[in-house]
Design a protein around this ligand. Structure first.
Ligand code: LLP
Length: 418
């Protein structure tokens, strides 16, 4: 559930702010987030975990705006990061480094050192060479690095192949069949403190069973290890819980967390969650303006001022996200449109075959755009990335100023004169 709703007069509101007023004030395209929705979604995980020892580590990659991170930090959230940049962002936003887990297959020496400087909670290690590197760097400063091994459980998450990560052929994690041996090696490394095990099998999962199958496999591993005296403190189940974009009915966070807790009953094992999309996707919209209506013999195009550089999910994954007018009560003919941006690529669309009551200069919104929207934006076609606004009750705060055009090339240089 989110706080983007139409009022009886047909106007879309973000909490108590009319979206059209936000667009008038800050221009378009603009991402608009709802603080109350972010908090509600985070609490859905945290409250369901209840008294079971746990940490909700929000996956920063989904939306790393420091206002978003700060709202979560104020709730006491942890964070799942995948780069030194995300680590510094979390700290800049007031996040607690001791609640950070560091995922990713390519951690550099500089990134590992930065994370050791800040005493993060755990490195989620994805390969043996990474384990050796972390061990060396920790030893050189006379400390032990807390780590978990990311296990690849070889489970089909049943999601889009580009966002499926738990199969043998994926680059992520250590093969479940080899994990026991890697733990044994790690247990003898003096710079390593083994504290957990983790997995992340994919994103936008709409069924519980792949999660539960993965946990079953990890629990077997945990039991084997504990028989050998390697006792782990936590099980990190990664992120991946899906959201309704187009009528999907993914499990609610509460249902998901309850099912996990049931699997862990009787064990002294803390749970770590790394949700990104489930917290942010439906806590944000992308507001755009219709520049032109172009009617052709074959198709009608609504050409809007947002494009694939602002929101790449439709182009990259053929993702479907709802598109709607900001004011539903305007007198408009309902036509079927492809909603496209101004970028010079056929793949530059936000939605295809949408029945919309819109006209030139109207505002429209792309729903469910809070996750993997702004963070995946680019300057393609020398377009400035969108402004970002966070609504808190009846106040709309600018949380990222629209990029100035000259800023886009300010770090470039021309060759010296002949
Ligand atoms: N933990 C790890 C290790 C991850 O790789 C990811 C996402 C998450 C947590 C958070 O997953 P979530 O709860 O958001 O599903 N750009 C794609 C999604 C890529 C997800 C990458 N990893 C999209 O727009 O659909």
């Amino acid at each position: 559930m989110d706080y983007f709703n139409y009022q009886d007069d047909g106007r879309l509101f973000a909490e108590q702010c009319a979206v059209a007023d936000v667009a008038d004030k800050f221009g378009t395209p603009t991402y608009v987030y709802s603080r109350a929705t972010i908090e509600r979604h985070w609490h859905a995980f945290n409250d369901a975990a209840g008294s079971h020892p746990h940490l909700v580590c929000y996956a920063v990659k989904a939306n790393s705006n420091i206002a978003v991170l700060n709202v979560l930090a104020r709730l006491g959230s942890g964070f799942d990061i995948v780069s030194g940049g995300e680590l510094l962002r979390v700290i800049a936003a007031g996040g607690d480094p001791s609640k950070i887990v560091f995922s990713g297959v390519g951690k550099t020496v500089a990134e590992i050192n930065l994370a050791l400087d800040h005493n993060i909670h755990c490195f989620n290690v994805e390969s043996t060479p990474e384990l050796e590197r972390i061990n060396d760097l920790a030893l050189s400063r006379g400390v032990q690095a807390p780590i978990s091994i990311r296990v690849n459980p070889n489970i089909d998450a049943g999601t889009h192949p580009y966002i499926s990560t738990g199969l043998k052929e994926n680059k992520f994690g250590i093969d479940i069949d080899l994990a026991e041996g890697v733990y044994q090696v790690a247990s003898k490394m003096p710079g390593i403190k083994l504290i957990g095990v983790d997995c992340h099998i994919g994103s936008q999962l709409t069924e519980l069973s792949p999660f539960l199958d993965a946990v079953d496999k990890l629990l077997l591993l945990i039991d084997k290890l504990s028989a050998q005296g390697i006792v782990l403190e936590h099980l990190d189940v990664g992120g991946g819980l899906g959201v309704p974009y187009n009528g999907e009915t993914p499990p609610q966070p509460a249902e998901y967390v309850q099912a996990l807790k049931a699997k862990l009953a009787g064990r002294k094992l803390a749970l770590i969650f790394e949700p990104g999309r489930a917290i942010m996707a439906n806590a944000g919209i992308l507001v755009s303006k219709v520049e032109y209506i172009k009617l052709t013999e074959h198709k009608n195009f609504a050409i809007v001022d947002a494009a694939m550089n602002d929101l790449i999910r439709p182009a990259l994954y053929s993702a479907w996200q709802a598109i709607a007018p900001v004011n539903k009560s305007l007198e408009r003919e309902c036509l079927n449109y492809d909603v496209v941006g101004p970028i010079c690529e056929t793949g530059d669309f936000l939605g295809k075959n949408r029945d919309l009551t819109i006209a030139m200069d109207d505002y429209i919104v792309v729903r469910s755009a809070g996750a993997y929207g702004s963070t995946m934006s680019s300057n393609y076609n020398t377009r400035s990335r969108p402004a970002e606004v966070m609504v808190d009750g009846d106040v709309a705060h600018l949380v990222r100023r629209r990029e100035g055009l000259e800023e886009i090339w300010k770090d470039e240089a021309i060759l010296p004169a002949e």
